[in-house]
Design a protein around this ligand. Structure first.
Ligand SMILES: Nc1nc2c(ncn2[C@@H]2O[C@H](COP(=O)(O)OP(=O)(O)OP(=O)(O)O)[C@@H](O)[C@H]2O)c(=O)[nH]1
Length: 186
């Protein structure tokens, strides 16, 4: 789902499936995942929420209890990017206060139709203090990393020990993410 909280990890960790997977090879939304973090299996229950304005009131119910939200926009679609601020405002109002948010600019493989520069995604993410990367559900670029980073953050929060070094999701994503090789012309 573009321009929306595209995926959410819920509190109970039980499997639910709401919408069919998108046709590209790597699913950003729509499936449940088990991610292994330092030998521990972290089960993510993922909901793909409706992005359209008319579904917003329904969507609240989906992310109200979420522990993490992946906000996706489509790098070839400016309005999906412009909608992100509205979604962040919504999230601020309706989601858990400590929800983990990640901003993803999807379709990074479609470089010839790019409308949103990677720097614009980075600037927006910095403004809201959330991790950011570009992804491709087609090639799989950074898809596993998005889920792994969320799982690491949730596991860290759940079992934080006094002497454990803190996990910084933004730094982790920044250091691990791949960059599309396409963007230098913009
Ligand atoms: N090239 C490319 N196409 C993608 C990518 N992700 C999704 N698509 C295509 O974009 C179209 C929309 O994908 P969806 O996953 O249905 O997007 P959505 O925003 O959830 O759409 P709705 O649920 O209909 O609102 C489909 O044709 C997908 O195959 C990607 O990373 N790269």
């Amino acid at each position: 789902m573009t321009g929306t909280p595209g995926a959410a990890a819920s509190r109970d960790g039980e499997a639910h499936e709401r919408s069919p997977p998108c046709s590209p090879s790597y699913d950003l939304t729509g499936k449940n995942k088990v991610v292994t973090v330092d030998g521990t299996r972290v089960k993510l229950q993922i909901w793909d929420t409706a992005g359209q304005e008319r579904f917003r009131s329904v969507t609240h119910a989906y992310y109200r209890d979420a522990q993490a939200l992946l906000l996706l926009y489509d790098i070839t679609n400016k309005s999906s990017f412009d909608n992100i601020r509205a979604w962040l405002t919504e999230i601020h109002e309706y989601a858990q206060r400590d929800v983990v948010i990640m901003l993803l600019g999807n379709k990074a493989d479609v470089s010839n139709e790019r409308m949103i520069r990677m720097e614009d995604g980075e600037t927006l993410a910095r403004e809201y203090g959330v991790p950011f990367m570009e992804t491709s559900a087609k090639t799989g670029m950074n898809v596993e990393l998005a889920f792994l980073a969320i799982a690491k953050e949730l596991k860290y929060r759940a079992g934080r020990q006094a002497n454990e070094p803190s996990f910084q999701i933004r730094d982790y994503v920044e250091s691990q993410r791949q960059r599309p090789s396409c963007c230098s012309f913009l």
